[in-house]
Design a protein around this ligand. Structure first.
Ligand SMILES: C[S@@+](CC[C@H](N)C(=O)[O-])C[C@H]1O[C@@H](n2cnc3c(N)ncnc32)[C@H](O)[C@@H]1O
Length: 315
């Protein structure tokens, strides 16, 4: 895998959010190159511990190397964060003090052409985060119906050219490489201007959204987030914090809705005179609005541009 170091997004903010302390137990559910994990391990020295998970064996090998100085205090597992509860059981941790999830792909994955995540390199249409994933992007592109492809590109890519792109894919398939797919998209979907976070116009490549949509579908990303959030909250001790960084609105909406829902008492039935609290709020949102990267961070690391951090505390 490409060894260009992954620059951890919102690094200081994550450490500040989790407030790691001596003897604490922490989970990095998306350990990647181990950047956030290292910060947590330093902050909870000398005896705090960390469980790091990643589905990508190559990322995990890099994390293992980068986190070697903390070997005595880490547990690393090649596993999906969707299995968080089971992973905690394996190492016999009843509860934890903090959990971070830094969603999506790392820059190491994007910059490794053969992984097929980037439309800027020619490579097989793969896009799997881990080898456990049953289908590649090529499988989806070459077997879905036109309708299914259009829905996928519309829902997960929020691309208004979804129908045109789906039709073009059907006409040109089988497609095996990123370059073939990019050529099909470019032929039917023009470059459009858009605004970046600073309100400047930028040109978004027309393949961006289709690639995002395929990556989400291949790795079942949205369902995975929905699966992990309740497990994460359940495994926190009182006062423990869950910090989630998302990179697009589909992910952020899931986190936002979950945090809102779980931070309210549910009164049932609401129309009766004597209100019974059916379910008490189990978390509080630490900030109402998500935390976003500073202008300086975005300048140094353009991939941080769309990041949003939400933090919840167990009550
Ligand atoms: C943005 S990177 C994390 C970078 C890391 N925070 C750092 O500072 O180096 C996201 C990582 O999550 C991993 N990942 C994606 N889906 C996952 C899942 N369901 N379970 C565990 N890891 C996952 C990816 O393989 C990738 O390495």
């Amino acid at each position: 895998m490409n060894d260009t170091p992954h620059q951890s997004v919102l690094y200081k903010e994550i450490i500040h959010a989790l407030q790691p302390r001596r003897g604490g137990r922490y989970v990095d559910g998306t350990v990647g190159a181990g950047g956030h994990a290292r910060g947590i391990l330093e902050a909870c020295a000398p005896d705090g511990q960390l469980l790091g998970l990643d589905v990508d064996p190559q990322a995990l090998a890099i994390a293992r190397r980068n986190l070697a100085p903390y070997e005595q205090r880490i547990h690393l597992a090649q596993a999906s964060y969707t299995t968080l509860a089971a992973q905690l059981k394996t190492i016999q941790w009843d509860s934890v003090d903090g959990i971070v999830l830094d969603l999506g792909a790392s820059s190491m994955q994007f910059d490794t052409p053969e992984r097929g995540f980037s439309f800027q390199h020619d490579a097989p249409l793969d896009m799997r985060f881990g080898t456990h994933v049953p289908q590649t992007a090529a499988d989806i592109v070459n077997t879905y119906t036109e309708r299914e492809l259009a829905d996928l590109i519309y829902e997960y890519g929020e691309d208004r050219d979804s129908r045109k792109i789906a039709r073009a894919i059907i006409n040109k398939r089988p497609l095996h490489t990123t370059r073939e797919l990019v050529a099909v998209i470019e032929a039917v979907s023009p470059h459009r201007g858009s605004f970046d976070t600073f309100g400047r116009t930028s040109r978004v490549h027309p393949a961006t959204k289709t690639f995002q949509a395929l990556r989400i579908a291949v790795n079942d990303e949205l369902a995975s987030i929905k699966t992990v959030l309740p497990q994460a909250v359940a495994s926190l001790g009182v006062g423990g914090r869950l910090a989630v960084i998302s990179f697009h609105s589909l992910e952020d909406r899931i986190v936002k809705d979950f945090f809102r829902e779980q931070s309210k008492d549910v009164v049932n039935p609401p129309y009766e005179r004597i209100y019974e609290i059916e379910r008490k709020a189990i978390i509080k949102e630490v900030h109402r609005k998500p935390i976003t990267p500073s202008e300086e961070e975005t300048k140094n690391n353009p991939r941080a541009r769309s990041a949003k951090l939400r933090i919840a505390e167990k009550i």
